[in-house]
Structures are given as structure tokens and as C-alpha cells.
Design a protein around this ligand. Structure first.
Ligand code: HSE
Length: 324
């Protein structure tokens, strides 16, 4: 079937691991035109994505204009802002200003950035509604593991009673490696950083802050709550020792960092070894408890450049379909 509609025009704001993953996937996508890419140093207008990715990987500047990211959002005509700057849960910036401006300028948002949604979830949802634009954020929770759109669309015939799960790939990787090879916490954390799955500030991962952010997003999305990070009781994995993991294993348990959405808690919990939430490595897993369908458990890659980018591209394609 031929698609005669004009191409969907997209900007990519943020050109770290996720932004580069999005650019890589959009190279092969017909009917999507990237009008601008912004990194922390500047803006490339009408970029050739292949050339831009090579420049970025070589550590060279990508800018070919004097515009700022905010000026792109305000002044360059386009349909979707892909906001993939790093998460900041203190005040959501710079992502929150990018998102407010995008919506006010009638551009839809697709994002993996948890910060603005943790700080101002209902404000952004309301603003998007008033301006008749989409706000899609599948990539904020569980990376490539389907959860937001799964619950909102596929499970729409159910009431969601609870969601709990392993929602941070870095912690899960650290706990898995520590359990399997009796390695020290610091040694495995630096491996997770080398793999590019840890947050820009890895204390967000190991102190449970990243998992709590995902709990907040799920609670606000599906449980009629209006909560922020301060409402979640959080314990990280920084005090877990290889000995504790070994002892748990001897008793038939694994220790996992579990986010519990109804309870608004994040803490290390003993999970029976045969339980579906006992996933290894960088995987995430979530159990969704529903009234009619019972318990649905999903698992998948919770982090990574291309994996997370695939969730962003799914959201872009959903907006494209809604437009047709
Ligand atoms: N640092 C996060 C993780 C990235 O390890 O899960 C995905 O949100």
C-alpha cells in the first residue's frame, strides 16, 4: 500500500546512547524525516544521520547552526520532539522545559526521559490534552520491555490491581554477576557503566532512584495517583554483599531490587528461584495483576541504546498511524 501522506517531521533532542540509537533506527524508516538533532554542544539542522553518527562516535562536534535545542523546538516546523536528554529527577530539567515548549508549539512528544514525568506528570498530560498532541513514553519504563502501551491498550479491558517488578537493568546485572561469581559490588558497577546501561549518574541506579522513578510513572499512569519521587519508600542495593546473595541462593531464593507500584516501595526482596520475576543479567520483568486476565508477566531488555530506541520508534509509528 502506498503512503501518500507527507513525511512525519521529527527532532531528536539529546544525542547520547538513546538518541544515537533512535538516529540509527530512523535511517531505515520511510516517511519519517529528521529535521534537527541536538546534543549538549549544539544543533545539526537537516542532518544526514549516517554522517552525524560517525561524527558523534569520533567525538567530533555535530552542530552546523547557531540554534539551541529550545529554539529548534520553538521555531523549526515539525511534528514530533523525541526528547532523550538525561533524566534529572530533582527538577526534570532540561527535559521539562523542552516538553512544555514542544506541547505549547503543538508538537507531540516521544520520550525515554523519566525526569519530567516524575516531576510534572499530570501537568504534562493535561497540557498535551489541551493542545491536542500526543505524549508517549513507552521507553521510560523497562526500555524495550512492553509495559505502558501493553497496559493502556492491550489490557484495556481489565482493571489493573497492581504492578511489581525488576525495573532496573543495571541493578539486575550487578546482583546477577555478584551472585554467580561472588564479585564485588564496585567491580560489577564499573562493568555496567562500560556496557552503557547505567544512568549518567549511576547512583540513580544503585540507590533505587531510577526504579522509584518508574514506579512513580506507572502509579500516575494506571492507579489514579498523583505522586512524585518523595512519595516512594526507597532502599537501594548498595548494602547487598556476595555473602547475602550466597545465603539466599542456598535457601532457594534470589535477591532482586523490586519496585511495587500500589505500595509505592522499592527494595531488595527475596524471590524464589523458579519465580517469573527471577530474570538474570540486564533483563527487566514485570508482573501485572489484573481483575479479569489474572497475572500477566513480561520480561525483556530493560536498557541499551538500540533496545530503548526501538520503544521510541514504536511510539513514533503509533503517532504516524493515528495521523492517517
Ligand atoms: N539505567 C537504567 C537501567 C536505564 O539500568 O535500567 C533504563 O531506564
Amino acid at each position: 500500500m502506498q503512503n501518500n501522506s507527507p513525511p512525519l517531521r521529527v527532532s531528536i533532542i539529546g544525542f547520547g546512547a538513546v538518541g544515537q540509537g533512535v538516529a540509527t533506527l530512523l535511517q531505515d524508516l520511510p516517511h519519517v524525516e529528521v529535521v534537527a538533532v541536538a546534543d549538549s554542544r549544539g544543533v545539526a539542522l537537516t542532518p544526514n544521520l549516517g554522517t552525524l553518527l560517525s561524527r558523534k562516535r569520533a567525538g567530533r562536534p555535530i552542530a552546523n547552526s547557531d540554534l539551541t535545542a529550545l529554539e529548534v523546538i520553538r521555531t523549526i516546523e515539525h511534528d514530533i520532539v523525541v526528547e532523550v536528554t538525561p533524566t534529572n529527577i530533582e527538577n526534570g530539567e532540561p527535559g521539562l522545559t523542552h516538553m512544555r515548549e514542544a506541547i505549547k508549539n503543538r508538537r507531540s512528544i516521544v520520550t525515554s526521559n523519566k525526569g519530567p514525568l516524575v516531576v510534572a506528570f499530570h501537568e504534562l498530560v493535561q497540557l498535551a490534552r489541551e493542545n491536542d498532541v500526543a505524549l508517549r513514553y513507552e521507553a521510560t519504563v523497562g526500555g524495550a520491555m512492553p509495559i505502558i502501551n501493553l497496559v493502556r491498550e492491550t489490557l484495556a479491558g481489565n482493571r489493573i490491581l497492581d504492578i511489581m517488578g525488576v525495573l532496573n537493568g543495571t541493578c539486575n546485572y550487578i546482583l546477577t554477576r555478584m551472585a554467580e561469581e561472588a564479585l564485588d559490588y564496585d567491580q560489577v558497577l564499573s562493568e555496567a557503566q562500560d556496557m552503557g546501561i547505567a544512568e549518567a549518574d549511576p547512583t540513580y541506579d544503585v540507590m533505587g532512584i531510577d526504579t522509584a522513578s518508574k514506579v512513580v510513572i506507572l502509579a500516575n499512569s494506571f492507579f489514579d495517583k498523583n505522586v512524585t519521587y518523595a512519595d516512594v519508600a526507597v532502599t537501594g542495593i548498595d548494602r547487598i554483599t556476595p555473602d547475602a546473595l550466597r545465603l539466599a541462593h542456598q535457601r532457594g531464593f534470589a535477591i532482586k531490587l523490586i519496585g511495587e507500584v500500589q505500595e509505592l516501595t522499592v527494595s531488595p526482596k527475596m524471590i524464589p528461584i523458579g519465580h517469573p520475576l527471577n530474570v538474570g543479567g540486564t533483563l527487566n520483568a514485570a508482573s501485572i495483576l489484573t481483575d479479569h486476565a489474572g497475572e500477566i508477566t513480561v520480561a525483556g531488555k530493560g536498557a541499551g541504546s538500540i533496545e530503548t530506541a526501538s520503544a521510541i520508534v514504536s511510539d513514533i509509528l503509533s503517532i504516524q498511524k493515528e495521523r492517517c
